[in-house]
Design a binder for this molecule. Structure first.
Ligand code: WQD
Length: 342
């Protein structure tokens, strides 16, 4: 084995795809997840895809005692990928303390255990949300972070600051933060994918559920923005390409190739895509028409953001190479499988 990796939040959407790629790359994986936004069946699907069943521990990382016991029992963890966090933007506005306690305390507990058990490598799941609405596009890693629109986004900013301050005080600890743009799509096997609880907040699961007949109609939140077709622009990144960026980051840390104790990379495609053009691409890729209507803007939405991926391409040595249409088709194939649509 190339090493043992603890993946927190490993049964979640991005976590599960990353576990598959880690196991494909020859790593041994241990998952901890509280199943607040996923199910244990994902472990079966990971095994079905990669032929290897990762160890799975079911608890929330706010419990330092349980986390400590996991480190003690697992022995010899070489690195950690930390996905575990609550991530519903709207819910974070309603319940800020739950978000601050969970997302911040989980990271602090993790650092406590890393120090106690001598685990020195961490890849952190961050988000382009730290940039807010950038003045200049595309966004580089030098683009200043802006005050977040939501407590969720603020926890990402604060977690990055905790990592910065902690690695300054403990330079043994080597870290990489990956700032995701908009992850979409599903594994080509259609055995794992995005499965939001209840009504999806995010665009692509709402599109696929509308195409599958679960939702009556998609509401497009605004077409009066200052963009070519008036709808918002985002950088939609294929989830498997995103997962591979984590494997490359882990190898960078294990091979001591990182150039500082806290590196961060924009992980996107570099292409800005509007909501309306994404709908066109979905219909072209799948042959499925999506019933939608234009409604008012959604509070908190930024107008446009997409990445300058030069640093991830040239320094990390990673590039997203899956087309938007192939990615949207993978999302549709996943939706069809879980809804048993031929
Ligand atoms: C994309 C575009 C909407 C739903 C959020 C988080 C971000 C990250 C990704 C975790 C926007 C429009 C959406 C719908 C619509 N999550 N839309 N109708 O808001 O860019 O980013 O998810 O890290 O942190 O903020 O993603 O998919 O919600 O929206 O018109 O039913 O689709 O207005 O322009 P967003 P999204």
């Amino acid at each position: 084995m190339k090493g043992k990796i603890l993946v927190t939040g490993g049964t979640g959407y991005i976590g599960s795809h990353t576990v598959v790629e880690l196991q494909n790359a020859g790593f041994e994986v241990v998952i901890v997840d509280d199943l607040s936004n996923s199910t244990e069946a994902v472990v079966d699907q990971i095994e079905q895809i990669s032929g290897i069943r990762p160890k799975f521990h079911h608890f929330n990382m706010q419990d330092l005692g349980l986390l400590d016991r996991l480190f003690e029992q697992s022995g010899g963890i070489d690195a950690i990928i930390h996905f575990a966090a609550f991530k519903a933007v709207g819910e974070s506005v309603q319940k800020p303390l739950i978000y601050y306690r969970n997302n911040l305390l989980s990271l602090v507990n993790l650092f406590d255990c890393m120090e106690k058990y001598g685990v020195n490598n961490l890849v952190f799941s961050s988000s382009c949300t730290v940039y807010g609405q950038p003045e200049k596009l595309p966004v580089t890693e030098h683009t200043p972070r802006m005050a977040a629109e939501s407590p969720y986004g603020n926890t990402k900013i604060i977690c990055e600051d905790i990592i910065r301050d902690y690695t300054k005080a403990n330079p043994k600890i080597q870290t990489i933060a990956l700032r995701y743009f908009n992850p979409i799509g599903a594994h080509p096997s259609a055995l794992i994918g995005e499965l939001p609880n209840g009504v999806p907040n995010n665009l692509v699961p709402f599109v696929t559920q509308t195409a599958a007949g679960l939702r009556e109609q998609l509401s497009v939140f605004g077409n009066d923005y200052n963009t070519p077709d008036g709808s918002c622009i985002r950088d939609y990144i294929n989830v498997v390409d995103l997962a591979k960026a984590h494997v490359i980051s882990i190898e960078r840390l294990l091979n001591h190739q990182n150039e500082s104790v806290f590196e961060f990379f924009n992980v996107g495609t570099g292409n800005g895509v509007s909501v309306l053009s994404l709908l066109n691409s979905f219909e072209k890729a799948t042959g499925q028409k999506v019933n939608f209507k234009i409604v008012g803007r959604r509070a908190g939405d930024i107008e446009q953001i997409y990445a300058d991926t030069t640093k991830a391409n040239n320094v990390l040595g990673w590039k997203s190479d899956t087309t938007l249409e192939d990615t949207l088709l993978s999302a549709w194939n996943w939706e069809k499988r879980i809804r048993k649509i031929d």
